[in-house]
Write a protein that binds this ligand. Structure first.
Ligand code: CAA
Length: 386
């Protein structure tokens, strides 16, 4: 099952690694400090094919598998997680959702531009009072015959201020609960779309996170994704794949911190020898290597199940849970290995530690992943497929 990477997957890995080191590394500290969205770099990522990797070639995408996508996510996340989260949302929530559930007209109109990075997309589910409890949508999409009248507020929206298209989850018929929710394609130049202030965050500080207000936005009926009431299932389906992307991001964060730590520990001397030769540090490196490899196996497994058309809900939650918790723990260790240098920005590991925290929160907190996994376990699925 865990086979070798194909030549194509290795080429993707190499291209992503080179791009991250050459194009993202210079300036990453400044962008993080100044909360600068990497407009030029993300445009270049689109040109390289990283923004619509899994989209069919006929809609302008790379026509690649999920495994290629997670391999690229890992490499980019070793360096710049403000860029990799933009990539993840665009690829797995927006593009994959549109290609899988959109109409041909929607694909021609929106997907062809989103898959090339000409446009960036955002996924608007979270609200001030609906984070983990995602069925409690307060944003309303009232059915007005030929259009929906959209009103409400969405919070913590990745790519919020820099996207051309939002996929908005909203309640149409509250009496039907989650079965009354719809997913709407909302171009951001529509009247009534208001972008709130950018969030000043702990990590992924260059990512463009905003509150969005929708004030009487008239969304044509043809912009609904799927049948009436499909919106919540749509959100759950895309998040299942999205969690594989965020798991790959967490894996990349840990792997990036690990690679820096191995190098530093071999160069830095204390008590007459490189600190890597002291067991206290060598054992930390051994733990990091083991934990990262375990996460990689879970992430690759989830991606491969998705590529084989098998159910991957539990596998993606397991991958995200494990990789996120592991990344948080191991980036703290990376700072510790670097000592005083680890605590300053120049050495990169403190940024990776701050970035790791969000992987335990977005696209479903670690607690929500445990909820999803435990429901699978209790429904009779004792072991996940590998
Ligand atoms: N696929 C298809 N359908 C699914 C599903 C899945 N993976 N998971 C749930 N559903 C369906 C259920 O079958 C159910 O439908 P039926 O009644 O027809 O059977 C319906 O959805 C409601 O499900 P539940 O009864 O399980 O709902 P719940 O309220 O108990 O729990 C939850 C649902 C799993 C907790 C869900 O609310 C959840 O995932 N919450 C976390 C939200 C989240 O991940 N937010 C991330 C924000 S986006 C983001 O972060 C992007 C970014 O910017 C980086």
């Amino acid at each position: 099952m865990i086979g070798k990477l194909t030549e194509e997957q290795k080429a993707v890995q190499e291209a992503a690694r080179e791009f991250a080191q050459q194009e993202l590394l210079p300036g990453v500290i400044e962008r993080d400090r100044n909360m600068t969205f990497a407009t030029e770099q993300i445009k270049a990522m689109g040109e390289m094919g990283f923004m619509g990797m899994m989209v069919s070639e006929k809609y302008g995408g790379g026509g690649m598998d999920t495994l290629s996508y997670v391999i690229a996510m890992e490499e980019i996340s070793k360096v710049d997680n403000s860029c990799s989260v933009a990539m993840s949302v665009n690829n797995s929530l927006v593009c994959w959702g549109l290609e899988t559930y959109g109409t041909e007209e929607q694909k021609q109109k929106y997907l062809t531009k989103l898959s090339t990075g000409e446009w960036i997309g955002a996924f608007c589910l979270s609200e001030p009072e609906a984070g983990s409890d995602a069925t409690s949508q307060r944003t309303t999409a009232v059915d007005k015959g030929d259009h929906y009248l959209l009103n409400g507020t969405k919070n913590w929206i990745t790519n919020g201020g820099s996207s051309s298209v939002h996929l908005v989850i909203a309640q149409t018929n509250a009496d039907k609960g989650h079965k009354g929710i719809n997913a709407l394609i909302v171009p951001t130049d529509m009247e009534g779309v208001e972008i709130g202030a950018k969030e000043d965050k702990l990590g992924i500080r260059g990512s463009d996170t905003h509150t969005i207000m929708y004030n009487n936005v008239k969304v044509p009926k043809e912009n609904r994704i799927g049948d009436d009431g499909f919106g919540f299932k749509f959100a759950m389906k895309v998040l299942s794949g999205g969690r594989i992307g965020i798991a790959a991001q967490a894996l990349g964060i840990a792997a990036g911190a690990y690679e820096l730590s191995v190098k530093y520990a071999q160069e830095r001397e204390a008590f007459g020898k490189p600190i890597a030769r002291h067991q206290a540090i060598a054992f930390k490196l051994a733990d990091m290597a083991t934990q990262i490899q375990a996460a990689r196996l879970l992430v690759y497994n989830a991606a491969r199940l998705k590529d084989q058309g098998k159910n991957y809900d539990m596998a993606s939650s397991m991958a995200k849970l494990f990789a996120a918790e592991m990344a948080m723990k191991q980036t703290v260790e990376a700072v510790q290995i670097h000592g005083g240098y680890g605590y300053v920005k120049e050495y990169h590991v403190e940024r990776l530690m701050r970035d790791a925290k969000i992987t335990q929160i977005y696209e479903g907190t670690s607690e929500i992943q445990k909820l999803v996994i435990s429901r699978s376990v209790l429904s009779g699925k004792i072991y996940e497929e590998i």
